[in-house]
Design a protein around this ligand. Sequence first.
Ligand SMILES: [Fe+2]
Length: 385
Amino acid sequence: MCVSGERIEFRYFIPTRIVFGSGVFNNVGKSIRDIGKKAIVVTGKKHLKTSGRLENLLQQLKENDVDFVLFDEVVPNPDVDTVDEGAEISQKNRCDFVLAMGGGSPMDTAKAIAICAAEKGRIWDYMTGKRIPRRALPIVCIPTTAGTGSEVTRFSVINNNKERLKLPISSDVIYPRLSFVDPMLTLSMSEEVTKNVGFDALSHAIEAYTSRSASPLTDGWATLAMKLIHENLKLCIEEPQNIKARERMSLAALLAGLALNIGRASLPHALEHPLSAYNTSLAHGRGLALLYVAWIRFSFKGNREKFARIAQILGEKRDAERCADAMEKFLQKIGITDRLSHYGFNEKTISDIVDNTYHTMIRGIKNNPLPATKEEIIEMYLHSL
Ligand SMILES: [Fe+2]
């Protein structure tokens, strides 16, 4: 890592207690007791119930005299209505903290509920900047996927399906108070979920590392995350029960999330959010993966040194010009070979969403190593069709 030449300036704050390790889930109850008296438990509709994990969690709450109300309505790409409904339930039941168990969708929903329940607000007002979140209920996260990093970030991303918009909220008040990262919980992820969320983590690491707000503090975490993902994602797909590989992916997702707090996302996330807002069956990580080669081909000139390092981590020569090819090979290796056109996108839909992209995602666009015009963004989308 080179820190010579340019001036160094950054701020970093994270108030999250992280408990990491295989098996830590079995001791969640005792630690949660100190957070509050009554939780709204935010989770998805099916997966945790069939695996028995949810029952286990609720049992631990009972054993530790923590009251709860269950909110199991969260679907992938969660919508504003789900958040507002959850906040209402939380207020009605006088919950004093929010407990999320699941992937990025339950965790991001829980963070949004935590704001709305504490401030008696509606989430759309915070997403559009009409209101600034000043406080939130304490948040506890138990991720069951390895990718989003939401367990350690100040971000929550929510859809507005009516408006076909997907916008991030970013605030220190939604840092989780406590996160239990137990890689054993990720063993039951399907192959598709494994690769999509794994790519999301890779994307967080690469964007945080190459963005205009990257810092030497988080560069080390970001490059370690990339290395771990390159070495272990395929292994997790081939050997889903390989706990060592799963542990390394959980660690990578966490490191990439920590790096994201400071480096923040750039153009790939800015370009992807409108896609999964337009077609909610497109997984966030998959949408990112389908844009990545076109993005690298455009952006590598903005920071040759760092893109050369990424090429090297992905198994190529340390040469920025080789980075896009290295990414293409990696995507093939993990079995992502489809295109945006397979998800219903074409020239017409791209021209429909591009104005939206430019206006709603301008922060991410400006954070790119190379600033992009609207025409250049259209080009990247079209190359990914
Ligand atoms: Fe992401």
